[in-house]
Ligand binder design. Structure first.
Ligand SMILES: Cc1cn([C@H]2C[C@H](O)[C@@H](COP(=O)(O)OP(=O)(O)O[C@@H]3C[C@H](N)C(=O)[C@@H](C)O3)O2)c(=O)[nH]c1=O
Length: 407
């Protein structure tokens, strides 16, 4: 019986999508011919909810050494919308948490391209990134190549002092040792400092049947209810919540030390909304799993029909999410002959498990397919605007979130 990573209580498993490869394990064609390719490893992709702290999480653990941190192929600024989102986030922190501070110091955990820290540094804030991959594409962003733990935090505090703001995006949901992380936060954060983090929102995942948000890099699927419990467990309080439209609907949480700042009204409102929606209710979760299965049947049926009628199909964007779709729906080069992606590190390789060839964006129009399966649905507006010539040429987009439709 899988148990909660935080409180040890049994998990109620509500979703089982079968065995999957790691979402960032893109083998080269040569590696794929060898039996021990990076995508040979499989784990059970199933999710459960803690019957006590309501934390939704993957039921199975993935050995740390299996995760390829050096050479991690994802860079947040691959999307102009995300670049602007992170600049705006930097301005938001400057406006709300950093004004009037003497020699302000801000830390980001897992900063990939460092757009937020760059924005803060340009405004004179001292910054530091905790980035275990050691990678940061942003010039002038200092990196502490470590996970945030009590020990690595003490090192940083000895050199830099405590931080007024600690920020993280699409990172906390992937941290194996959350108690260790919060111990680090306790060391690193100034007494009146805040921890601000944003991650995919389980409420949106259920509402949109966005089953492809389940994959190895997302161990946890947070809600206001579970983050409040998590914060209180480690001496913090959930004091602020904001809804974000990026990445298919996220929440930005603000935490402060207990007794420092009162929660804002949005926190109470969302807690009430989650209770009303029954987001922890087994019946609501079972209905979600049922819809997910329906999407799989509809998507496979559509792709089979297109193949049977001689239509050409290509995938658009070899996202981490697409790994869940191809593994769960049993898609491969037979139904999706190739996928175009803008990430140089993915081009010329094969997608994890399904081994669909990844081509550069230029291949998309050479010639256009009849249908494009949009794996980066969370960037639909940006991509459809950029690729409007595809539509003009008679091309059609296949969407599968919240359900299967051709647009
Ligand atoms: C916007 C855009 C993206 N892409 C590709 C680049 C990249 O491989 C991928 C990025 O997709 P995106 O939905 O942002 O993220 P993803 O599903 O790959 O997930 C990653 C991994 C990470 N664990 C995570 O949580 C999110 C933030 O990013 O899409 C493209 O080829 N053309 C495009 O126009």
């Amino acid at each position: 019986m899988p148990t909660c990573r935080i409180c040890g209580t049994p998990l109620h498993t509500f979703l089982d999508l079968g065995h999957h490869p790691l979402s960032s394990a893109f083998p080269t064609p040569a590696e794929a011919r060898r039996g021990d390719a990076c995508d040979a490893f499989r784990y059970r992709l199933a999710a459960g909810i803690c019957e006590r702290c309501a934390l939704v999480q993957l039921t199975d653990d993935i050995p740390h050494e299996r995760r390829p941190y050096p050479g991690y192929p994802y860079h947040s600024s691959g999307s102009s919308v995300m670049r602007e989102h992170f600049r705006a986030t930097g301005r938001h922190l400057l406006r709300t948490e950093l004004p009037g501070r003497h020699a302000p110091f801000a830390v980001e955990v897992g900063c990939t391209d460092g757009v937020v820290l760059r924005t803060l540094a340009d405004a004179g804030v001292r910054t530091l990134a905790f980035e275990p991959s050691g990678y940061t594409g942003a010039e002038g962003v200092r990196v502490h190549r470590a996970f945030l733990t009590a020990a690595s935090a003490r090192e940083a505090v000895a050199a830099e002092g405590r931080a007024q703001v600690v920020y993280a995006a699409n990172t906390v949901c992937d941290i194996a040792d959350l108690p260790g992380f919060f111990a680090g936060l306790g060391e690193l954060l100034a007494p009146d400092g805040v921890f601000v983090f944003e991650d995919p929102y389980f409420g949106e995942i259920v509402g949109r049947t966005a089953f492809d948000q389940f994959y190895d890099e997302h161990r946890y699927y947070f809600t206001a209810t579970s983050v409040r419990a998590l914060a209180e467990r480690f001496g913090f309080r959930l004091i602020g919540i904001e809804r974000l439209s990026v990445h298919g609907g996220q929440l930005r949480y603000t935490l402060a030390r207990a007794g420092r700042r009162p929660p804002n009204r949005a926190v109470a409102e969302l807690l009430a909304e989650e209770a009303a929606r029954g987001l922890t209710d087994p019946a609501v979760l079972a209905a979600f799993a049922g819809r997910v299965d329906g999407v799989r049947k509809d998507l496979v049926a559509l792709l089979e029909e297109l193949r049977a009628t001689g239509r050409t199909v290509a995938g658009y964007a070899a996202t981490a999410k697409s790994c869940t779709v191809t593994a769960y729906c049993g898609l491969g080069p037979r139904l999706v002959p190739y996928v175009c992606d803008s990430t140089p590190a993915k081009q010329g390789r094969l997608t994890p498990g399904a081994r669909i060839p990844v081509r550069a964006p230029g291949a998309f129009a050479a010639p256009y397919p009849d249908y494009a399966l949009l794996f980066a649905w969370n960037h639909a507006a940006e991509i459809m605007a950029k690729e409007r010539a595809f539509r003009a040429a008679g091309g059609r987009w296949i969407r599968y979130v919240p359900d299967v439709r051709v647009v």
